[in-house]
Design a protein around this ligand. Structure first.
Ligand code: N01
Length: 536
């Protein structure tokens, strides 16, 4: 990595007061691409990043075992065709350090860091109705005035610490997988506890078990998990992809989840592909009979890998369909339960009652631990936005507006918050897609929109209640009948993981291709559903 710690390097910097065209919040994959595109328009800009470095998700989530479950060659930017040819990912599905390295390389290659302040968190963004401008403030005392505010804040970036009594009394090390320290966590000879068995828990558990003296796993709900098809990158296949990258990108953009499914005939005469079926079958998963047989397949898989039948039973989901929660991709997860130094606490037999200075108290007894890992997920999709004091027209807060569930036309603009763009916001394919494909599409949309507004001297872009409402109805409609919204389903897609959060299915399940077409049509129809007003 070229600059190891921008944030700490900027620790003593003087607060800024800047008047710019655009403020971009976040230096993840979205924020970096936004800076790249907007700078090419000649816009003045300031990027603001809470972390010490670029990377977003891949900066914060550095827990052992963290890995992407989208094929590497597809989980990459498409805008730099030379980079596509030059860059090589060593594995079919990249581990976090490789992706972080890639994102840092992009930042260096396009000289993007210099537009950002690091180690700086946006605390408020307030729209000035008279001036049609956003006033953005940070925890470092910066004040920015901007015409457009682009929230590249990520969908899974607001960590969830559950409200467990006594959580603040724990005297050992407490760490969230989504805030894993850069220097790592010393687990040698330690009794480690982990709460949560979603993707982060399932990925990290084998590594924690291997490093710790003892690992206690607190599982509230077992998850469906499939073995990850991770192998070293086949140079022949990589060459094929590189020759066909434009076709691969086209296929991604018109696909259901932003993954091309590109195949070619290998030297053995067999068709080879990217081997990614795990998330692709929304419609197949909606067939109850097929879903039942998949559930049986999972049960058999777990029983074949876990020695103790009682533990195997505890690891098999029985009360919700496959596809309700995000399908997890695992390596050696189930075998970990065959280790002598691992204990599974099935919280369905008695839940967590408290955290004490020395461990976790459950209805089944007390478990002493030295390190407590929270793999308890995120206040997904809305949390990264509602945790900022965002106030739109008339001083209305976004948090209040979204108290009954998020509303944003196309997941891009929320009525009453003009000139604020949400990258991969609720109501867009976002977390149900290859994020880089969706990010590029949104940033391109915003770039084109700003270009259009400048060309026409338009002051503001907003949307209407009606447009927002009918989009919300459509998002809801396409989710009905899928396992995502099954009555037995409790997932973060529905906000069910956060106490008091209104249960609304947030992402758009209609598909990346269909969504892109809709956005293109909206623009062709003169920004149908948006309100372009005033003159600058
Ligand atoms: O979070 P989660 P995550 N007491 O919300 C449990 C992406 N991602 O960080 O199911 C006890 O899925 C909770 O239990 P329950 C991916 O999109 C991708 O793992 O609510 N347990 C659950 O087991 C993923 O879906 C990768 O009953 C409590 C766990 O904590 C998303 O990020 C890797 C609890 C939270 O699981 C989030 O995944 C990692 C409590 N009070 C993440 N509160 C890839 O592979 C919560 N839990 C690409």
């Amino acid at each position: 990595m070229s600059s190891s710690s921008n944030g700490s390097a900027q620790a003593g910097r003087t607060p800024e007061r800047l008047d710019v065209d655009v403020v971009i919040v976040g230096a993840g994959i979205a924020g970096l691409y936004a800076v790249h595109r907007f700078r090419a328009l000649g816009l003045s800009l300031r990027g603001i990043e809470a972390g010490d470095e670029v990377g977003g998700t891949w900066y914060w989530n550095r827990y052992p075992g963290c890995r992407c479950d989208v094929p590497t060659v597809e989980y990459s930017y498409s805008f730099d065709e030379e980079l596509e040819q030059e860059w090589s990912f060593p594995e079919t599905m990249s581990a976090q350090p490789e992706i972080e390295k890639y994102v840092n390389h992009v930042a260096d290659r396009h000289d993007l860091r210099r537009e950002f302040v690091f180690g700086t968190r946006v605390t408020s963004a307030v729209f000035d109705d008279d001036a049609n401008r956003w006033m953005v403030e940070t925890d470092r005392g910066d004040q920015y005035v901007a015409t457009w505010c682009v929230m590249a804040t990520g969908s899974l970036s607001a960590p969830n610490f559950p409200q467990i009594p006594g959580i603040d009394t724990f005297t050992g090390d407490m760490v969230h997988t989504g805030l894993w320290p850069r220097e790592g966590v010393d687990l040698q000879g330690k009794r480690v506890g982990i709460i949560g068995t979603g993707s982060s828990g399932i990925q990290s558990i084998p590594h924690l078990a291997a490093a710790a003296e003892h690992l206690t796993i607190f599982q509230r709900t077992p998850n469906y998990a499939v073995p990850a098809a991770v192998t070293p990158t086949d140079p022949n296949f990589e060459a094929q992809i590189k020759q066909n990258y434009r076709k691969v990108r086209d296929m991604q953009r018109t696909s259901a989840i932003g993954i091309s499914g590109f195949t070619h005939v290998g030297p053995d005469g067999q068709e080879q592909g990217l081997g990614f079926g795990a998330l692709a079958g929304f419609s197949a998963l909606s067939d109850p009979e097929l879903n039942k047989s998949m559930q049986q397949f999972f049960a058999d898989l777990v029983r074949s890998r876990v020695n103790d039948p009682e533990i195997a039973d505890a690891l098999i989901p029985t009360d919700y369909p496959v596809g309700c929660k995000r399908l997890v991709v695992e390596i050696d997860y189930f075998e970990t339960y065959n280790r002598d130094n691992v204990t599974l606490v099935d919280l369905r037999k008695g839940g967590i009652e408290a955290i004490t200075p020395t461990g976790v108290t459950t209805a089944q007894g007390e478990f002493d631990v030295d390190v407590l890992v929270f793999a308890t997920g995120f206040d997904a999709m809305t949390g990264p936005l509602t945790r900022i004091d965002i106030r739109g027209r008339g001083g209305r807060t976004l948090a209040d507006k979204w108290a009954g569930g998020p509303r944003a036309y196309l997941g891009l603009v929320s009525e009453g918050f003009p000139n604020m763009f949400l990258i991969t916001g609720p109501g867009s394919p976002s977390v149900l897609s290859n994020m880089i494909v969706s990010i590029e599409q949104h940033v391109d949309f915003v770039t084109d929109t700003i270009t259009y507004m400048r060309a026409n001297g338009t002051a503001t872009i907003d949307t209407t209640d009606d447009a927002e409402e009918s989009w919300a109805e459509h998002v809801n409609e396409v989710a009905i009948g899928t396992p995502f919204t099954a009555p037995s389903c409790n997932s973060w897609y529905l906000g069910a993981n956060i106490e008091g959060k209104t249960r609304v299915f947030m992402p758009y399940v209609g598909g990346v291709g269909r969504y892109r077409e809709t956005c293109d049509e909206v623009v062709r129809d003169g920004y149908r559903g948006f309100e372009l007003a005033g003159s600058r």
